[in-house]
Design a protein around this ligand. Structure first.
Ligand SMILES: [Ca+2]
Ligand SMILES: [Ca+2]
Length: 160
C-alpha cells in the first residue's frame, strides 16, 4: 500500500502547465520585440513572437535582443520535468549557427545566472545562403514549419 503522502506526489508529477497565450501572457514576460501576436500560431490563434508587426521582421536597423521568461516553476524532486513547445522561426542565412541566436535557458538562482540547455539555430551550415535568403525551421531558403521540441529538465529537479 502506498503511504498517505504518495497520492500528492503523483498528482504533482502529472500536473502540466499549458501556456497557449490565447487569453493573455499567463504570467510570462517578454522584453525586446517579444509580444503576443495573432499573425501566426499553432494553438490555435495566438503565439509569442519576436518581431515588429509593422515590418514583419526583427531587423530594426540596429542590434537587438529580447528574453521571453516563464513564471517561476518548482520542479518537484520526485518528478521527471520537461519543457515542451512548438516553434516556427526564420532568421538570416549568413552564419546562422552563430548569429541571430535562439537559446533556451534555465536559471535555478532566480535569474542571477542562466544556463543554455537548447539552441534552435542549425548546428552547422553549408555556405550557399546570402543577403535576403532566409534560414528557417525547415532549412535553408525554405518556408518555416512548426516543429515540436522537448528538453529534459531532470538536472533541475527540486530547484526553483
Ligand atoms: Ca496559442
Ligand atoms: Ca541578423
Amino acid at each position: 500500500m502506498p503511504s498517505a503522502g504518495t497520492p500528492i506526489s503523483v498528482l504533482a508529477c502529472e500536473r502540466h502547465h499549458i501556456y497557449d497565450v490565447e487569453n493573455g501572457p499567463q504570467g510570462w514576460t517578454g522584453t525586446g520585440l517579444w509580444h503576443i501576436t495573432a499573425r501566426r500560431a499553432n494553438t490555435p490563434t495566438h503565439s509569442w513572437w519576436y518581431g515588429w508587426e509593422s515590418t514583419v521582421d526583427y531587423d530594426t536597423g540596429s542590434a537587438n535582443a529580447g528574453a521571453l521568461t516563464s513564471p517561476l516553476q518548482l520542479l518537484p524532486a520526485e518528478c521527471q520535468p520537461a519543457l515542451g513547445f512548438t516553434t516556427w522561426w526564420e532568421i538570416e542565412s549568413a552564419d546562422p549557427q552563430a548569429r541571430d541566436l535562439m537559446q533556451i535557458q534555465v536559471s535555478n538562482d532566480h535569474g542571477a545566472t542562466w544556463q543554455t540547455i537548447l539552441q534552435l539555430n542549425p548546428g552547422s551550415y553549408s555556405p550557399g545562403g546570402g543577403v535576403g535568403i532566409p534560414y528557417s525551421s525547415a532549412g535553408l531558403n525554405r518556408p518555416g514549419i512548426w516543429r515540436s521540441k522537448e528538453v529534459d529538465l531532470g538536472p533541475y529537479r527540486g530547484r526553483w
